[in-house]
Design a protein around this ligand. Structure first.
Ligand code: PMP
Length: 393
């Protein structure tokens, strides 16, 4: 059976160019980037080149890039680190209800410490309510953190507008750009972004590596104590091969942004049309236009997303329900709930995320299998057609 992978928002296959670039750093150039001898200097040169590549891809200085273990760490660090270092000014943070768990849970920790956090609502497409943002900024607000694009529904936020508001009000602005890098043009200087998180494995790079862009001058508390790596802010021996891979992956993602977005968005639109014309009660979640080129999220009436996912898996097709991080547990997607969907449609959510190598033939197979799976599940559904979309949240 030829397997089909449509879960690229969870993670991607590594690009062969990236892998090739990483290889020598496992067993040939293996020095510790902090060592002063030539082995160390060679490793350090490689990490500095990666830093330079990321900086030029997102429009900042290399000295403003800090390597982390991924976007989870970058988000935790940015939110808690900026909040703590600026607590004398105030203890109020603004974020949204549709952020990734690594942002939401970092904010919850701050709340336990006595900070006040405002979680902004989103509209039916998942766009943050800008009127609420303006209304909630006050003299104690030190940080606004809004994701560039949502991992579940693909909605791309009006980041430029939010960044402008933050700058005007003298509040730092952080964005989780994990899903947006390689799909959305981002220039942190032009856009007045103060901090940005990114991750390697969402953009055909290695897992367990990411970066935080932090504008020079923004006060932040250390993430970990130990060695003096990363300007004495994030201790720990640099993971040279992963960092080299991250640099290459970001470079390629930003270089090929137009071609990849064009290809994937046309396949995305094709898939959406096919599903809507062949399956009734298929409701698209997220913004119809302002969405990631590779993201499709449908709620199917009278079925549970989990069941669709398992039955497609039996046919060798990988999709997801909610975000990968919350699946495994049966908790409903906080993102679909924030859109205001009825309970059955929250449970009926299925996410299909394409890669740059996904083909039309693969999508045709998925639509065919999906039709069969949904037909079977609807036959045994406890929900009637008349109840679809009406069950209380
Ligand atoms: N933010 C978003 C929007 C994500 O999609 C993810 C990954 N699911 C993360 C943060 C966490 O990234 P990482 O896996 O690199 O920790």
């Amino acid at each position: 059976m030829n397997k089909i992978y449509l879960d690229n928002a969870s993670t991607t296959a590594i690009n062969s160019e990236v892998l090739t670039e990483m290889m020598p750093y496992f067993n040939s150039v293996y020095g510790n980037a902090s060592s002063l001898h030539s082995f160390g200097r060679d490793a350090k040169d490689a990490t500095e080149q990666a830093r330079q590549k990321i900086a030029s891809a997102i429009g900042c200085l290399p000295s403003e890039i800090y390597f982390t273990s991924g976007a989870t760490e970058a988000n935790n660090w940015a939110i808690k680190g900026i909040a703590h270092a600026n607590s004398k000014k105030g203890k109020h943070i603004i974020t949204s209800k549709v952020e990734h768990e690594s942002v939401l849970k970092a904010c919850e920790e701050l709340e336990k410490e006595g900070y006040k956090v405002t979680y902004l609502d989103v509209d039916k497409y998942g766009l943050v309510r800008l009127d609420q943002l303006l209304h909630n900024i006050n003299k104690d607000t030190t940080l606004i953190s809004i994701m560039s694009a949502n991992n579940e529904i693909g909605t791309i936020q009006n980041i430029q507008t939010i960044a402008n508001i933050a700058r005007e009000k003298g509040v730092y602005f952080h964005t989780d750009a994990t899903q947006a890098i390689g799909s959305v043009n981002i220039s942190v200087n032009d856009m007045k972004i103060d901090a940005l998180s990114l991750s390697g494995h969402k953009i055909y790079g290695p897992k367990g590596v990411g970066a935080l862009f932090l504008r020079n001058g923004v006060a932040i508390e250390k993430f970990m104590v130990g060695g003096e790596q990363e300007k004495n802010l994030r201790a720990g021996t640099l993971n040279t091969p992963a960092i080299v891979g991250l640099g290459k992956a970001v470079e390629i993602a930003c270089r090929d942004i137009i071609a990849n977005a064009k290809k994937m968005s046309s396949l995305r639109n094709y898939f959406i049309k096919e599903v809507q014309s062949k399956i009734d009660m298929a409701f698209l979640n997220g913004h119809p236009i302002q969405r990631l080129p590779n993201n499709i999220n449908f709620s199917f009436g009278m079925v549970e997303g989990e069941s669709v996912m398992y039955m497609l898996d039996m046919q060798g097709i990988a999709v997801s329900t909610g975000s990968a991080c919350s699946s495994g547990s049966v908790e409903d997607s906080h993102v679909l709930k924030a859109l205001g969907l009825a309970e059955d449609l929250v449970k009926g959510g299925v996410r299909f995320t394409l890669s740059k190598s996904t083909t039309k033939e693969e999508l045709d197979i998925v639509v065919e299998e999906l039709q069969k799976v949904i037909k079977k599940l609807r036959k045994i559904s406890p929900i009637t057609k008349a109840q679809v979309g009406k069950l209380k949240k």
